[in-house]
Ligand binder design. Structure first.
Ligand code: ADP
Length: 416
């Protein structure tokens, strides 16, 4: 806890020394002062000095200085939230370490309003310091170096002669909460939007079937095929949403069943190969003969590789190969445990670097129209990411524009 002693030390009370020196000067006019005259002068000076000292102590009490050495200071420094003490002119008398980190050490002795410039914050500070409200709050956002949101609370301290503190300021970080709120709102908006487009297509076609295409069997057939596709898209979206929420609920519980990745991959390859053949593509599998097992949830891991191989076929160029390979990892950087890395590489257009960090966000697509026309929900990679997280693994994506992309899934291997 650093503290600041107010700089304005008034000299007015020192005039109390004047009578003492005046008496002394009067005695000294004849250039000699007797012992009793000197004693009397010293007494008047001492009285004046004592009075001046008393005045000064009352006007500028140093109680805050004591905080420095007290238990309170140790406790405040240990708090993760920034806490500051202000005087009657909103100047920072003391600040804990978290406050120094957030606002800089330059705040000591300065008006806090210079650091908290938001009108709401200024209002809350003014009210508390003036004693107009015992407690006031405001939302404060710091834009640099990264956007962080705080809740500001200012508690007024009743005026007292012994204490120059007029308000206690506490800042509580709510960035994660605000981000979660925004994400939730965005998610609901996205889901509604994703469901609304197939739904409006369906109602449009129903109306056409009831009116202009009423007696046109060829048009009816064509429209019903499209309607079937749209209904399928809605069903896939709902399946993916349910999948995502189920995985999120269990994300903190690490699956413990021993599963064979080699079996899962060969099952996935069997199910995707017809789709690949239709595009003239091949699925080349290159796994080590001794593939270690992992601790996992078989259905979830199948979903991971199904999504990744599906995407490689979807976004790979026709008549090219999708390569599924694996290599053993000596140690995961974080845990030091051995692992396995499975790579699914395609020969497609590749992905621009700016998109790579956002690919696993829900509904993030590089080309919305293209993804939709291929029946994509925009949730596949979000699901992959959550499952890999649940397995305490990692997902990395590398890509070269014009050559293709590679999705690397790293999983810790089973110990048993
Ligand atoms: P979608 O259902 O749209 O495929 P995903 O979550 O699986 O949703 O993928 C998100 C986006 O990432 C896709 O829309 C696509 O733009 C991009 N993407 C995924 N896999 C690949 C890939 N192998 N090559 C190029 N782009 C890809």
């Amino acid at each position: 806890m650093r503290r600041f002693i107010p700089a304005d030390f008034s000299f007015a009370p020192l005039f109390a020394l004047v009578p003492g020196f005046t008496v002394l000067a009067a005695f000294a006019i004849d250039r000699s002062v007797t012992i009793s005259e000197a004693g009397l002068s010293a007494g008047v000076i001492a009285l004046g000095a004592a009075w001046a000292g008393l005045k000064q102590a009352r006007a500028f009490p140093q109680t805050v200085t004591k905080v420095d050495t007290t238990l309170a200071s140790v406790i405040l420094d240990a708090l993760p939230d920034p806490v500051l003490l202000l005087d009657g002119r909103r100047r920072v008398l003391a600040a804990n370490r978290a406050a120094d980190d957030l606002l800089g050490q330059g705040i000591h002795g300065r008006d806090i309003a210079l650091s908290l410039r938001q009108p709401d914050a200024q209002d809350a500070l003014r009210k508390a310091v003036a004693g107009a409200a015992p407690r006031s709050e405001a939302d404060v956002v710091f834009e640099t170096p990264v956007r962080r949101s705080y809740q500001l609370q200012v508690m007024g301290v009743p005026r007292s002669e012994a204490l120059s503190v007029r308000a206690v300021v506490a800042l509580h970080e709510v960035t994660a909460l605000k981000n979660a709120e925004t994400m939730r709102a965005d998610f609901v908006a996205n889901v509604s939007h994703e469901l609304r487009s197939p739904l409006s297509a369906l109602s449009g076609f129903i109306e056409t079937l009831q009116t202009s295409a009423k007696d046109d069997p060829i048009a009816q057939d064509r429209f019903l095929t499209i309607m079937n596709g749209e209904a399928g898209r809605m069903a896939r979206l709902i399946d993916d949403l349910l999948s995502l929420s189920r995985i999120e609920v269990n994300e903190h519980i690490r699956p413990t069943t021993r599963v064979s990745l080699a079996n899962i991959i060969s099952g996935v390859v069997d199910s995707v190969h017809i789709k690949a053949e239709k595009k003239g593509m091949t699925l080349d599998v290159d796994l080590p003969s001794e593939m270690a097992d992992v601790s996992g949830d078989e259905d979830e891991l199948r979903e991971v590789f199904q999504n990744l191989v599906d995407n490689a076929v979807k976004y790979g160029a026709p008549k090219t190969a999708v390569r599924i390979s694996a290599r053993m990892l000596d140690a995961f950087i974080e845990t030091g445990t051995p692992g396995v890395e499975i790579t699914i590489a395609d020969q497609g257009e590749g992905i621009e670097a700016e998109h790579l960090p956002r690919l696993t966000e829900r509904f993030y697509r590089i080309d919305k129209g293209r993804s939709r026309s291929m029946g994509g929900t925009g949730l596949g990679l979000a699901i992959v990411k959550h499952i890999v997280n649940r397995h305490r693994g990692r997902l990395n994506v590398t890509s070269v524009l014009g050559e293709g992309s590679a999705f690397h899934v790293q999983l810790p291997i089973s110990k048993r």
